[in-house]
Ligand binder design. Structure first.
Ligand SMILES: [Fe+2]
Length: 310
């Protein structure tokens, strides 16, 4: 359950650095956050021998990387053994257990991302080879079903293209707050953005959703809901919100030092606290059933150290 920042402070009292009134805590956190921050996707890479059973060192390396950037890229040494069961077991080792069974998930709650000729539900871009713009997963979910953890596992990459890019949402927060703290104030408002309803063939599959971009959950962790696709979001009609939305969109300049670009290879995957991400277009051979295939598991949980209490 996410909540507006001010409310969360009263509930949790553990996120002073996200309090706009507490400049000192923010600056101390900002310095820690940016110290030795990785500048390349290679800095996020963690080799893993067996996804079903990580060694302590592997587990801690993933936790350290996610703790720093909210994103880690694992590399299995035996990619052929990786199936959906492995994704589930890998997730469990990081406290990711409560899957979002969204409209497009397979029966086991994990989605097979691949190009489909005839779409089951609407024209969802993840199932095409087209470019996919910056977003966080499940930004259209209801407040009590927010996605906090995601695993994206690559079974087969595309013949060419299909590169992902990632940006830590805490870095987006820092850049916006440094630019103008009022932008953060605007983007944490409970009516900052509205996602229009999902209507297919006259049937409403999902109601409209209104909520903040940034919120802090009860554990004091920053959460972000966002899509850069203009038609996916109706921004609050207020000049500060509009300016904040434009500033946010401008963070994704190709020369940003904070964008991690990586084309997942077979046996590689991403474990993330639902950081911002996008994908380039890729080549798809319509006559082949061996095209790009990724498994995506979306969780209501954040990545955590299951060997520690709490
Ligand atoms: Fe996504």
């Amino acid at each position: 359950m996410t909540a507006p920042l001010s409310q969360s402070f009263k509930q949790a009292g553990r996120a002073d650095h996200f309090d706009l009134a507490n400049e000192g805590a923010y600056h101390a956190w900002r310095v820690r956050k940016l110290a030795d921050y990785p500048m390349r996707a290679g800095g996020l890479l963690v080799p893993v021998a067996d996804g079903f059973r990580l060694t302590r060192a592997e587990r801690l390396a993933v936790l350290r990387t996610v703790g720093k950037t909210n994103i880690a890229i694992y590399q299995l040494s035996g990619p052929a053994a990786a199936d959906k069961h492995m994704v589930r077991e890998l997730a469990r080792q990081f406290g990711l257990q409560h899957l979002d069974n969204n409209l497009c998930a397979d029966e086991d709650g994990i989605t097979s991302l691949q190009v489909v000729g005839k779409r089951r539900v609407g024209e969802y871009i993840p199932y095409t080879s087209k470019r996919l713009n910056w977003h966080t997963d499940g930004y259209y979910n209801s407040p009590d079903r927010q996605i906090r953890g995601v695993i994206l596992h690559c079974v087969r990459p595309a013949a060419s293209g299909g590169e992902n890019a990632f940006m830590d949402h805490e870095i987006a927060y820092i850049q916006l707050r440094d630019e103008n703290p009022d932008y953060i104030r605007a983007l944490t408002a409970p009516d900052a953005m509205t996602i229009p309803p999902n209507v297919q063939n006259g049937e409403e599959l999902r109601a409209s959703r209104t909520g903040p971009v940034f919120s802090v959950d009860v554990g004091g962790h920053l959460h972000m809901r966002y899509s850069a696709r203009g038609r996916n979001i109706v921004w609050k009609k207020d000049s500060t919100t509009q300016a904040a939305a434009e500033c946010l969109l401008n963070l994704f300049q190709p020369d940003s030092p904070y964008i991690f670009r990586h084309r997942l290879e077979a046996g590689q995957g991403v474990i993330s606290n639902n950081a911002l991400h996008c994908r380039t277009e890729f080549e798809h051979d319509a006559g082949s059933d061996q095209g790009r295939l990724l498994y995506r598991a979306r969780y209501f949980d954040r990545v955590r150290d299951t060997h520690q209490s709490g």
